[in-house]
Design a protein around this ligand. Structure first.
Ligand code: PGA
Length: 261
């Protein structure tokens, strides 16, 4: 795992994605507030002719259970608002887990099959929850978990309820790609900003790999970058020292830290 600390998470992430654009056929995406400005930068690069989505395929991490695709707070609709309405990705190449299904188990298996049939995810952009969740893999999520229906943690509901006009409309369950689904991606780029994420990030990088902090499973991913602002990195810096270039991890592992500014 590589840790990069920068005051310009959005710009660094967008540059990294654009730099690899030709080698990314299948892009994994996240909703949530963290990547929105990265998507804004990608839209700019699309408008200035640097990149096209026409031949890409995208898979989103998760969707609220029970929300129809056209519900304004569904993650599908959110992704359309934040990115897809502006770019040239064909609709049939834009995949989001099913929020509504007659048979969720079959639909979750089909989502995994679709990812596999596409050749797997080349790079998955992730956020992280204040409890250390990745996608909606809440505390307790096993490393071998796959796409499935999950209950949302109270902290997750609290972090997202403000997006709903009526708090009673906030779903308490979701369909999420599993930890193993994410670990299968050839590259993972986890973004975190702000002090609220510092504890989760410190546990994910420097703690044991454990279901107590699902993001910690990424320590054993061979090609994973945590891209952090200094507030989100504060807990790691406390363990490693401000001028350190290595952070301790589980099992005697060390992770490189680069401070860009
Ligand atoms: P956020 O959510 O980007 O809105 O902070 C991230 C997450 O919960 O995974």
């Amino acid at each position: 795992m590589r840790v990069v600390v920068t005051s310009d998470v959005d710009g660094y992430a967008a540059d990294l994605l654009v730099g690899k654009w030709d080698s990314i056929r299948v892009l994994g995406l996240a909703t949530g507030s963290t990547p929105v400005n990265v998507y804004g930068r990608l839209i700019q690069r699309y408008y200035d002719g640097t990149i096209s989505f026409r031949t890409k395929r995208t898979f989103n991490l998760d969707e609220y259970l029970g929300l129809a695709p056209n519900h304004p707070q569904s993650y599908r609709a959110t992704m359309v608002r934040d990115l897809m309405q502006y770019v040239d990705l064909p609709d049939e190449r834009f995949h989001v887990p099913p929020g509504i299904s007659d048979d969720y188990a079959a639909a979750c298996t089909a989502y995994e099959d679709d990812i596999r049939a596409a050749g797997g995810v080349d790079l998955w952009v992730l956020g992280v929850g204040v409890d250390g969740h990745i996608a909606f893999n809440e505390v307790g999520s096993a490393r071998d978990s796959r796409t499935r229906v999950v209950d949302l943690a109270e902290s997750t509901v609290a972090a997202n309820v403000s997006y709903f006009d009526d708090s009673d409309d906030m779903p308490t369950q979701a369909v999420t790609a599993g930890v193993a689904t994410i670990m299968d991606a050839r590259e993972v780029l986890l973004l975190a900003k702000g002090a609220a994420k510092a504890d989760a990030i410190a546990r994910a990088v420097c703690g044991d790999e454990s279901a107590d902090t699902p993001a910690s499973w990424l320590q054993s991913h061979g090609n994973c970058t945590f891209l952090l602002d200094s507030a989100a990195a504060a807990g790691i810096v406390n363990s490693a020292g401000a001028d350190a270039t290595r952070a301790p991890g589980a099992g005697g592992r060390e992770h490189s830290i680069e401070f860009l500014d």
